[in-house]
Write a protein that binds this ligand. Structure first.
Ligand code: ASP
Length: 450
């Protein structure tokens, strides 16, 4: 039994949806599909989710919402007409959006409710299309499926007891269930979305809930590559990668699979297959609990994520001061800032955070003020424009000389390493570098290891 998730590029227009129908029709093991909102049809196009966000912006800034609303409906209209399915769906879609715009007053709740409609409308449309082809298909809402989440807008977390309800999906008599991705329902009945790209998370939750044998993630790529294909011309195609390695690479920007989607799968050891809707015969990269290691390929991939800020501070005998780190973290917590990494030395410590948390507010200045006041460091320095470079591979553990190969390759490109970190498991190394060094670093590392 498989769960298949189809991303926005796989559902961006009628032709793509027809491909999805034939994939589902030809594979009787696919019992449940999870769908995204229609994505971009070409480079300059806009994703439906972004159109819904724009609708929300118009509403809350007091601008006219009519144009934005009709543009969204037109996207669905063209798909509905090309697939020759019942146009009355469009009236339902319009009524729903208008109801939300008038009835939901809380801005954050309205944003999540509107954003969720991209996948919800698509799931309704796709199940109607499947029925028109004679499939026994059924639309199942996240509410009916039992996806209960925390009431944390744009950052929903699954309530673990949901898995018992989700398991009941196995008893549905229909051949295919079509479930919208990206959101769940909180205990006060609100629609709450996962982080952006979160339809993968729904897919993983459903796969775990029904204990699927395989979770297939359909996008427009068949493989995960050792490095970003936008930087390296012919990057090495990864055949098999473990959850742990994938987690590290997904964290640092391997866009093909959401890092939060791995956790539910990891718990039940459900393997993931990356598949391409445009080339479904290709068996793509498989994400598995364990893999055989090739000593000649210690590193499986590199990724680099931009947009980080660090606060570094120095204080003599910092190591002897009880509670020093806890007090810094308390200050961050008071300002609702999460940190990503914390490399440290005997007398210094750096805290690395995502820079977007400081956009449009003065919390960074306030945090620095508080640290100076409460912890009295000898010096404190803020650096932005940082990128985190990850070198990942289970094969690196217990192999001598990997760090020296990495640093020599970076030195060859005159990349200054600002900070570094390696966990004791030795399967991932992280280097903080200046963002301008991102591409030269990936190129140099690829050359060295592949
Ligand atoms: N439609 C949502 C987004 O664009 C979720 C997804 O596609 O996975 O973020």
């Amino acid at each position: 039994m498989k769960v298949a998730k189809f991303g926005g590029s796989s559902l961006s227009n009628a032709t793509q949806i027809q491909k999805v129908a034939s994939i589902v029709q030809n594979d009787k093991d696919i019992k449940t599909i999870v769908v995204s909102a229609p994505g971009k049809r070409h480079d300059d196009d806009v994703k439906v989710t972004d159109m819904l966000i724009a609708l929300h912006t118009n509403k809350v800034t007091g601008l006219d919402t009519e144009d934005a609303l009709s543009e969204i409906l037109r996207r669905y209209e063209s798909i509905i007409d090309e697939l020759s399915i019942d146009r009355s769906l469009l009236d339902d879609f319009e009524r729903t959006l208008r109801d939300y715009l008038t009835a939901i007053e809380d801005e954050e709740a309205l944003l999540d409710a509107l954003k969720s409609r991209g996948e919800d409308f698509n799931a309704r449309l796709i199940s109607t299309y499947f029925q028109s082809l004679g499939f026994s298909a059924k639309y199942v809402s996240p509410e009916e499926a039992g996806i209960k989440v925390t009431n944390t807008p744009a950052n929903a977390r699954l309530i673990p007891s949901s898995y018992d309800d989700i398991n009941k999906l196995k008893d549905y008599p229909e051949d295919v269930l079509v479930i919208p991705g990206f959101y769940g329902i909180s205990d006060n009945g609100n629609i709450v979305t996962f982080a952006r790209g979160g339809s993968d998370i729904t897919g993983a939750i459903i796969a775990r809930g029904i204990r699927a044998d395989l979770y297939e993630n359909y996008t427009d790529e068949s493989h995960i590559y050792a490095a970003h294909p936008g930087i390296i011309d012919e990057p090495y195609q990864i055949e098999e990668i473990t959850y742990r390695e994938m987690r590290e690479l997904a964290y640092a920007g391997f866009g093909i699979f959401h890092d939060e989607a791995l956790e539910p799968l990891y718990q039940e050891k459900i393997p993931v297959m990356i598949r391409n809707t445009n080339a479904p015969h290709i068996e793509g990269t498989k994400i598995v609990p364990e893999r055989e290691l090739d000593p000649n390929i210690p590193v499986i991939g590199f990724s680099c994520d931009e947009g980080f800020t660090s606060i570094s501070l120095h204080k003599y005998l910092l190591n002897k001061e009880v509670g020093f780190t806890r007090r810094i973290l308390q200050i961050l917590e008071d300002y609702h800032i999460s940190y990503e990494h914390m490399p440290s030395g005997i007398d210094d410590i750096s805290i690395i955070m995502r820079s977007n948390q400081f956009e449009n507010n003065d919390s960074l200045d306030k945090i620095i003020g508080e640290i100076n006041l409460q912890l009295e460091p000898e010096w404190i320095e803020v650096e932005d424009d940082l990128s985190m470079l990850f070198i990942v591979g289970l094969g690196m553990a217990r192999q001598v000389g990997i760090v020296s190969r990495v640093t020599a390759a970076l030195a060859g490109e005159k990349v200054n390493i600002r900070m570094m970190n390696q966990g004791s498991t030795e399967y991932s190394m992280m280097f903080a570098i200046k963002t301008k060094d991102h591409e030269p670093s990936i190129k140099a590392l690829f050359k060295e290891f592949f």
